[in-house]
Every structure is written in structure tokens, then in C-alpha cells.
Design a protein. Structure first.
Lengths: 108, 108
DNA sequence: GAGAGTACATCGCGTGGCAAGGTAATCGCT
DNA sequence: AGCGATTACCTTGCCACGCGATGTACTCTC
């Protein structure tokens, strides 16, 4: 099953999705993608280009912090952790989504 | 109150919103914008550039049909009517929205 | 006659998802 | 030993589209 999420809904929500996966624990990029895929029962998995550009954006905005894992054996993994600002941004985005969702229900 | 709908949610949904306003009756561009504004209690009114480019897109895709009103006194008005394909597209988009909405609820 | 409201339209910018392509290590299978 | 699949990272370039800015033209009110 491919992604049932239209690109225009991904756009503007992928950052929030990623933050969501990091609330529970630090994760590395590839793991984030798989976590999202699992959470949507395979309905949507972010493309790599989308994932990494979002992560760069989040880091630039200070919403996540990155560090290299030291397993050093096998693929080197870059882990991401939410910052306090990231937690706040996630809560704000989620609230905005709830609001917009009800608006759209009346408009579509 | 300005638009509480983030551009990324407008994107990909404006076409469906417009189709929605045309289900009841034919309308002209400006009227469509005001109808949407009213339906959202002023929370969102599409910008003109957005409105007209969407209408051109809808027309190119055969989802609406345009004709000039003959009031000819005052501002000339260009009316739009949904086609059968437009009705089908609206129903499909709305169903897709319902599906995506529940997906996002789990992912955000 | 000035300003606000109605009504149409276009141009150019910036954002951001994604296809395509690249590198490199590990594991399983034959 | 050799090879594909999987894990894991990253970049470049295309294109769709909302929106700010701007322009035209008519009508109505003060």
C-alpha cells in the first residue's frame, strides 16, 4: 500500500509528525521514517528527501538537536532529540491542526 | 480576524472548497470568496490570486464551466457552474480528506 | 470628486515534497 | 568469495501553488 497522504497534506505537517516520534525517545533518521510508517499501518512513509530536509529545517529552527551515535559498527546513525522549543512547537502545531481540521470540515 | 488556515492546508484543498460552494448554485468569483469567508465565520477568505488561479485550474480540468453573466450594468460577472466531473471530483476529494484526516490524527 | 466597495486579472517570489542519483557498511544466501 | 538486499546517510533540481503586489474599470455614497 502506497502513501494515502496527498503531498499537500504532508507539506506543512511532516515537521510535526517527526517531532511527534521524538517525544517518546531519541531516534535516528531512518528509524523515524519506519516509526511513521508503522504508526500509519504502512499507509504513509516519508520519502528520504522529505525526511532529511525536514530534519535539517527542524535543527536550523532549534526544534531538535542532533548527535552521532557511537555504535560506529555498521551504518553510523545520527540521532535526534527534541528541544524544549520543539515540544512547544509540537503542541502549538497540534492545536492549530485541531482548529484547522474543524474549519475544513465546514468548508469542504 | 485573519485566515486561521495555514497556506499548506489551503494548498490542495482550495479547489474542493470552491467546488463545494458551487454545489448549491452557480456563483461568480468574488461571490465564491465571500461565501467561503461567511462559511468559516470570517476565519478564512481566499486571496484573489489564489481564487482565480484555482478557478482557471478547475476549468482547465473540466470540473467547472464558466459563462459571463448578462447584467452588463456595473461590474461584469463571470459565473461558474460545476460539471458532473466536478461533482464526482468533489465527492472523491471529500472522501480522501476524511481518510487523510484520521491518518493525521494518529501521526501528529 | 474622492474614497470605498465590487469585480476581474496577471506577474514573480518563495516554500517544500519528491524523483533521481550518490556513498558506504553489513548481512544473508549461494 | 561474490552478490543482492537492507540499513543508513545526503544532495541536486524540478515543479506546483499560495500569496503579495499591482493594475484595470465600474458604481455608489458623502
Amino acid at each position: 500500500m502506497a502513501d494515502a497522504l496527498p503531498p499537500d497534506l504532508v507539506r506543512g505537517n511532516i515537521d510535526t509528525m517527526i517531532l511527534r516520534t521524538l517525544l517518546r525517545q531519541d531516534r535516528y533518521g531512518y528509524e523515524i521514517a519506519k516509526t511513521i510508517a508503522a504508526a500509519s499501518s504502512g499507509a504513509y512513509e516519508p520519502k528520504e528527501a522529505t525526511l532529511y530536509s525536514s530534519l535539517r529545517r527542524l535543527e536550523a529552527n532549534g526544534l531538535v538537536r542532533a548527535y552521532w551515535g557511537d555504535e560506529s559498527l555498521g551504518g553510523r546513525r545520527k540521532y535526534y532529540a527534541v528541544t524544549d522549543a520543539g515540544r512547544r512547537a509540537h503542541a502549538a502545531s497540534k492545536a492549530a491542526w485541531e482548529h484547522a481540521k474543524h474549519l475544513l470540515d465546514d468548508l469542504l
